[in-house]
Design a binder for this molecule. Sequence first.
Ligand code: SF4
Length: 251
Amino acid sequence: MLKEIKILKHHGKQYVKNLRNQPVSGLFRGRPEISDNLTGHEIENLFSLCPSGAIGSSDGSIDMGKCVFCRECSFLLPDKIKFTSDFRIAVNRREDLVIKPGVSSPVRIDESGIRKEIRKIYRKSLKLRQVSAGGDNSCEMELNATGNVNFDFGRYGVEFVASPRHADGIVITGPVTENMAKALQLTYEAVPEPKIIILAGTDAISGGMFSNSEAVSRKFIEEHHIDLFVPGNPAHPLTFINGVMDLLGIR
Ligand code: SF4
């Protein structure tokens, strides 16, 4: 018994105490900040360099819903574009993912746009079914990590479940391939009302690098109300966790 206690003491506390304010690795790429001094020539270069069409051709803004966070733009103009360590970038309005030059304020959820029943019903318990709709397993791994001993999102009652019939909503990863379109629709239909839809990762939000592929079908995304957009390539567990906490009104 003493031996076990010694081991527990040695391990210490593994969980992240404050999920809102946890330092992340210096390699992490979060909310971008863009100089408002971009020249027309620089915007042109950035636009042709970006592999996913995330950079606006008129003003040099960055759409985090399309960005694959490759950092090529910041390598080209290190004095004018940087990626901060701010991981709180999930929003409920698609347009709020577009970061304009000269803007350095944090990205926050639009409280007025949250459906009332979400907080009323799911504030203390939210079960989610994950649907990998052509995903590459990167976002899926990060979503798995939200439930591990470090992030322990289960402390707020948020967990992934095996069946959509036991779920309150779905989390979609991947660009939604034609082959997965029907399975996604059937999974969604099996979730009882009112149901939440969360898009996790660039591929789910915009199709990412595969947006023009014939193998991709975006019909489901276009036809349904999306409750939360979680950007990232892949989405970081803290981005997902903080986005869901904001959606549910957890302080
Ligand atoms: S980091 Fe994003 S915006 Fe910059 S080049 Fe890569 S995909 Fe484009």
